[in-house]
Design a protein around this ligand. Sequence first.
Ligand SMILES: [Zn+2]
Length: 217
Amino acid sequence: MKIVVILGAPGSGKGTVAARLVKSLPLRHVSTGDLLRAAAKNADTPLARAVAETMRKGELVSDEIVGGLVVEQLSKPGPGCEYFLLDGYPRNEKQAAFLEAKLAEGGQKVAKAVWLEVPQDVLIGRLSGRRTCPQCGAGFHVETMRPKVEGKCDNCGGALVQRPDDAPENVANRLKVYEAKTASLLGWYEGRGVLARVNGVGDADAVAEAVAKAIVE
Ligand SMILES: [Zn+2]
């Protein structure tokens, strides 16, 4: 089992890349966001119950619990799975150290950390152009994924909105927060000789292919 961490700012296209990799490699995509939502919904293990309880109180789930959920997933790879793609974890050096220690208990380590590199101005364009349907959750983009009728959802006809997070004044701040938290991770994985930088600008298929190449190398 090869454990791969994918790193990239909001808008870097990690989700898009992961969706393509799942089809081209024997790979499981483990997104922390999905894990937390599933745990809160099912509350079927002690960890999952802790997540449900924490989220019910509106509190932030601790690093230890998130790390525990991730490690729990690593112990059940699924048939034919050769790669684990961790997305959304670790987010900082403390979590990276936790993950490293946990993996070491099982004689494992992060084999590769792929950094999806996208310049700041491109990220801002991608994020601030997003439009979301509040009724069904579908996502669009004013330039790259236009709805058939401007301002209306293709699926349900709902009026598209810009999430507050994606408003230009908030986008710059989100990116700053991300960079402050995550920049040190690049150094962490670079120091361990496992960092691969991939250009995240351009055709999504080509980007996914470049990431796949970095993973199997
Ligand atoms: Zn809709």
